[in-house]
Design a protein around this ligand. Structure first.
Ligand SMILES: [Zn+2]
Length: 279
């Protein structure tokens, strides 16, 4: 039972034990269901972690995430299914006449799929990030994806993908922080086209297309999975003294500047993605 002063008592389903001191309570209505959200304050000690084992993460369209140590997280099966479904209903909605009841129905369907997708993605990400912070890494290096979003035109499936990447980084940052670790954003330029061994950048006709799954370097002869190559580039950008990161001083200041812009932008992108499909 939940008792709220001046409102009364109501039966609730407690999803997990409340820990700490309750500070605020928010009642939220979503798809005809009411939720009580408690914000609590809890003293916790953040451990001191020495950054001895940073890892580079490349998030992608085919593999969910590739790591600089050669491991990866596969894209979950439900993701592609949901993308297809959403795409289908978006088209149905577009075909139906504006203001008609049928269009209204399609709109609700799109919202429902979007909501289910978000929930499934969140569950998946919660599990994967929990594993990540417990796997011996001491920090996580990722690209500034939000900046890339601003310059690229996107399709519908891509917008889900981008919301998912944003969620991944947000949840990972949160979990990492309470475990005494950091998520470090780095500039995204050429992470795919650069060779992680000799720093040569593929340009023009020589550029890797989205279909090329292997990175072949015609300068040093490196042959590697494209996502793994990218994740090593990402890691190298956060590691001072690497040959390719042109003078450590300059590189660090650029990284910090960019990271501030990104944290603001990320919030904005997430809000937009949610709003666009609930309005
Ligand atoms: Zn090379």
């Amino acid at each position: 039972m939940l008792r709220i002063s001046r409102i009364g008592r109501m039966r609730i389903e407690l999803h997990r034990q409340i820990r700490g001191t309750v500070k605020t309570l928010t009642i939220k209505k979503e798809a005809n269901q009411y939720y009580a959200i408690f914000t609590t304050v809890q003293e916790s000690e953040i451990p001191k972690v020495e950054n001895t084992k940073p890892v580079g993460i490349d998030v992608g369209l085919t593999t969910f995430a590739a790591f600089s140590d050669g491991t990866s997280i596969k894209k979950p099966k439900f993701a592609r299914k949901n993308e297809k479904k959403l795409h289908r209903w978006e088209r149905i909605k577009a075909r139906r006449q504006k203001g008609s009841r049928n269009r209204e129905k399609a709109k609700l369907k799109v919202q429902e799929i979007w909501r289910n997708t978000t929930n499934q993605n969140k569950d998946f990400i919660e599990k994967e990030t929990a594993k990540l912070v417990n796997s011996g890494y001491t920090s996580f290096v990722m690209e500034d994806l939000e900046i890339r979003n601003m310059v690229k035109n996107r399709k519908y499936a891509r917008s889900i993908q981008e919301a998912t990447w944003g969620m991944f980084r947000q949840i990972l940052s949160c979990k990492a922080e309470s475990a005494g670790m950091k998520v470090i954003p780095v500039p995204y330029q050429y992470t795919t086209q650069a060779c992680s061994r000799c720093d040569n950048i593929r340009k023009g006709d020589d550029k890797l297309t989205p279909k090329d799954r292997i990175y072949n370097c015609n300068v040093c002869g490196l042959v590697m999975d494209r996502d793994e190559n990218a994740s090593i580039n990402i890691l190298n950008r956060a590691t001072a003294g690497h040959a390719g990161s042109n003078a450590s001083g300059d590189a660090t200041s650029t990284i910090q500047q960019v990271s501030q812009v990104v944290s603001l932008k990320q919030e904005h992108t997430l809000l937009n993605a949610g709003e666009a499909h609930t309005l």
